[in-house]
Design a binder for this molecule. Structure first.
Ligand code: GRF
Length: 201
């Protein structure tokens, strides 16, 4: 697979940071072609710029509707010859045009053990439910929210005194290890998709 990444963010960008670090450390054989944010003040943009990576702000509010935003995002990613799209805290739903342009080539990271707790505030959902284990999931993006084939997962215990905030911090440590590893496996063919299951090749 083409190892040119397009990373989409909306905020802090700590997963973007982890991907940049993994590339710089030689643990991930990839190149980030472009970082796109839908928010001009996303702090992750600064990290990308200081690493010399091209950034672009595509603010969804500047577009008439979801279709035109989907079109703009997809065109931008294709323009920079992106092979794998990595959502890293990107808070917009991926549209059908992008899904068609990048079949099985859009990844997302979600801070729960999917299929438990999809959607918003999964760490709060985990604490409220009272589960004893949670974690992080890297999965392929499909039209169904947080429901695509799972590439890798990491387990994080939920402690008795955890709050959504403390659980978030501990899950994030695992996310930063997991996301570069999942990207590396997809790119170097160590993962093989059969139906909706990924197997180690
Ligand atoms: C992470 O917890 C990720 O799993 C979720 O959004 C958060 C983004 O954090 N999708 P960051 O912007 O990468 O720091």
């Amino acid at each position: 697979m083409n190892a040119r990444l397009g990373v989409l963010i909306s905020g802090r960008g700590s997963n973007l940071h982890a991907i940049i670090d993994a590339i710089q450390a030689g643990c991930l054989d990839a190149e980030i072609s472009i970082v796109i944010s839908n928010c001009a003040n996303a702090t992750g943009l600064e990290r990308a710029r200081s690493a010399g990576i091209l950034t672009k702000v595509l603010d969804h509010r500047d577009y008439r509707n979801k279709e035109s935003y989907d079109h703009a995002l997809t065109s931008e990613l294709l323009k920079y010859d992106v092979g794998l799209v990595c959502l890293a805290g990107f808070m917009k739903i991926v549209g059908p045009k992008m899904l068609r342009a990048f079949p099985s080539a859009i990844l997302n990271i979600h801070p729960s053990l999917l299929p438990s707790f999809p959607g918003l505030e999964p760490q709060r959902q985990a604490c409220d439910y009272g589960v004893k284990l949670s974690g992080a999931t890297v999965h392929i993006v499909t039209e169904a929210l947080d429901a695509g084939p799972i590439v890798l997962q990491a387990v994080v215990p939920v402690l008795d005194d955890d709050t959504p905030e403390t659980l978030t911090s501990r899950i994030l440590i695992e996310e930063h290890r997991l996301y570069p590893e999942a990207i590396a496996r997809i790119l170097d063919g160590r993962c093989r998709l059969e139906g909706r299951r990924y197997f180690r090749a």
